[in-house]
Design a binder for this molecule. Structure first.
Ligand SMILES: [Zn+2]
Length: 233
């Protein structure tokens, strides 16, 4: 009791001199708030796509591959607080942001029974050279947070990226599409065969990356692909 009181006083003392700030709006965080302030969590618009099977993201992606369900936590906008969150996650060495956002979406999804049905969560992979540079795969951190809340295992070494985006963009668009099969590769086919996979990404823009990953999983006999992302652009 006395020890926890001392620890609390010490932590108040530390935060007096080293306050932490909300990564979305830069206001100082209140006691008990972690990474993002309560105001931002309430005000940043969420899509709530998980409540309806036929939502705009589902409509967009289901034209491209055989899709079960699709959702995104936020609607992306370039001038918004979401931009700050994603920037911190991708470029400022804050992997905890990914886990926290995975927890938030995981909590929402756990209320809808169909979202608990996947066998394995797989993040969109980074090319090894990019992952080395960043230190972590931001989508894998998001997958980790989702995994904790949904009680579904996740693995970031089943699906791998063989060709870097830099190499890809050097080719013209036609060549790029002819080679899309070579970009993503299923390293562990047994983990995918006859399994329902929840494929996750940080931001879905054109849907081309998600499609390429989904096609690779489906080629190896995955029976259902569901999709979840932090934001939809
Ligand atoms: Zn804030």
């Amino acid at each position: 009791m006395a020890n926890s009181l001392i620890a609390e006083i010490f932590s108040d003392f530390v935060s007096l001199f080293f306050p932490s700030y909300c990564i979305a709006c830069s206001d100082s965080l209140a006691k008990g708030e972690n990474l993002v302030c309560t105001k931002c969590m309430l005000e940043i618009p969420q899509t709530n796509y998980h409540r309806d099977v036929e939502n705009p993201l589902y409509t967009r992606l289901s034209n491209r591959f055989k899709l079960g369900r699709a959702t995104a936590l936020f609607k992306f906008s370039k001038t918004s607080r979401i931009q700050h969150l994603l920037h911190a996650l991708k470029y400022k060495n804050q992997p905890d942001v990914g886990i926290m956002l995975g927890n938030v979406l995981g909590q929402r999804l756990s209320d809808v029974s169909d979202w608990n049905q996947s066998d394995l969560i797989i993040p969109v992979p980074l090319h090894p050279s990019r992952k080395r540079k960043r230190g972590y795969n931001q989508s894998a951190k998001f997958a980790e947070g989702l995994s904790r809340k949904l009680g579904i295992p996740f693995s970031d070494d089943v699906l791998i990226k063989k060709i870097s985006t830099e190499t890809q963009t050097k080719k013209n668009k036609l060549n790029r599409w002819q080679n899309v099969d070579e970009v993503f590769h299923v390293k562990n086919p047994l983990a995918v065969k006859n399994k329902r996979i929840l494929l996750v990404d940080d931001v879905i823009t054109t849907g081309a990356t998600i499609e390429a990953c989904a096609q690779a999983l489906l080629r190896y006999g995955c029976c259902e692909v569901n999709v979840a992302s932090i934001a939809e652009a």
